[in-house]
Design a protein around this ligand. Structure first.
Ligand SMILES: NC(=O)c1ccc[n+]([C@@H]2O[C@H](COP(=O)([O-])OP(=O)(O)OC[C@H]3O[C@@H](n4cnc5c(N)ncnc54)[C@H](OP(=O)(O)O)[C@@H]3O)[C@@H](O)[C@H]2O)c1
Length: 328
């Protein structure tokens, strides 16, 4: 009998890629989706779908009472929002609902895996080295704080096996945030925020998916930062995109004060159209921080994990996918 995996957030960028890989590996997958969730990227013939909004605690509890799973992988969440309270609702509250329901029922999964974010760990102005999992958490954004609260809830209440993965920026096919940067570069514009380069970490979506699956097989519990293990600066991203696109650009470093004004208007526009945008005043808190390097060594060593992609290789594949699929 194949092992049964329940995945939340399956309609999303990371969740849909994860489900496809789990199906390829012969896991029996069930996706929790909302009625309104898009399904076109999911292998619907090979998975079960259950319609539950994770805001509906009793819906989750009723479902868990009748169905058991070997693993629960919780990727659902939001990374941008119109109102600050939405982060707490769609990151903290939905995680609490899943944990409370699991605590109430008689069975427990062999592991609960939560996809949090490096944003929950935050960063420090004076820190020059990569952020370590043992550093005191200092989230800069409401998004980061809402993820941190979700992590704390799991750690304080769920005394069963769990893994919390805190990935850095994830990129790859179907991601829409990096696509904005690629579209600008394809038009010949390469923009950066701040007069000094920002130190960054990245991970390609397929490496993240393989990393998540690597935590299934091994009996370890805990929380882990995750990146491809390399150190980048913001201009590396532009360089690899330019190379993959075969484009020349005008490079501009926008002063932080000007970027804040642009973010203010982006927020205003988001409110007018009623849809959150990737560039906003909250995001500025992350964009102006100088060091987002992180140390994934504890994850690599615990789960014997080696990423297959560095930024150059991952960007090349992503650009090819965008082009083939008419996104670029
Ligand atoms: N992308 C990154 O760079 C990155 C980096 C670090 C961590 N993460 C984390 O990774 C996870 C997945 O990110 P992503 O980029 O794949 O996001 P995404 O494409 O926006 O997908 C988010 C998913 O969460 C679901 N969701 C949100 N609120 C829900 C609710 N109340 N009930 C049920 N489902 C709900 C969405 O369902 P609908 O389709 O119905 O909206 C969607 O399936 C998130 O938790 C994010 O914080 C992402």
């Amino acid at each position: 009998m194949n092992e049964k995996v329940l995945v939340t957030g399956g309609s999303g960028f990371i969740g849909s890629r994860l489900i496809k890989k789990l199906v390829d590996l012969d896991y029996q997958v069930t996706a929790i989706l909302r009625k309104t969730s898009k399904r076109e990227h999911l292998p619907l013939d090979d998975i079960d779908v259950v319609e539950i909004d994770l805001l509906d605690y009793h819906g989750i509890l009723d479902y868990f009472t009748l169905h058991r799973f070997d693993y629960v992988i919780h990727t659902a969440g939001i990374t941008k929002a119109l109102k600050k309270e939405d982060y707490y609702i769609h990151n903290t509250k939905i995680t609490k609902h899943l944990i409370d329901a699991l605590l109430k029922i008689s069975w427990k999964p062999q592991k609960f895996i939560f996809i949090s974010s490096q944003a929950s760990h935050g960063t420090y102005k004076a820190l020059q080295r990569p952020i370590k999992i043992t550093d005191i958490q200092n989230p800069l954004t409401t998004y980061g704080k809402s993820k941190l609260l979700a992590e704390r809830y799991i750690e304080e209440h769920y005394h069963n096996p769990f893994v919390i993965i805190k990935p850095t920026s994830v990129y790859g096919p179907r991601d829409k945030d990096f696509l904005i940067v690629m579209k600008l570069i394809s038009k010949g514009f390469e923009g950066y925020i701040g007069t000094e380069p920002q130190k960054l970490s990245f991970i390609y979506v397929d490496d993240l998916v393989n990393a998540i699956i690597s935590t299934i097989a091994l009996p370890y519990t805990g929380e882990f930062l995750l990146s491809d293990g390399k150190k980048y600066i913001d201009e590396d991203l532009g360089r690899y995109i330019k190379k993959a696109l075969g484009k020349k650009t005008i490079k501009i470093r926008v002063p932080i004060a000007i970027a804040y004004i642009a973010a203010f208007f982006s927020d205003l526009l988001a409110r007018i159209i009623g849809k959150p945008t990737a560039f906003n005043l909250e995001k500025m808190k992350e964009l102006k921080a100088k060091n987002w390097l992180c140390d994934p060594t504890p994850f690599f060593e615990t789960f014997h994990f080696i990423p297959c992609y560095d930024l150059q290789k991952g960007i090349k594949e992503t650009v090819e996918w965008y082009k083939e699929n008419g996104w670029l």
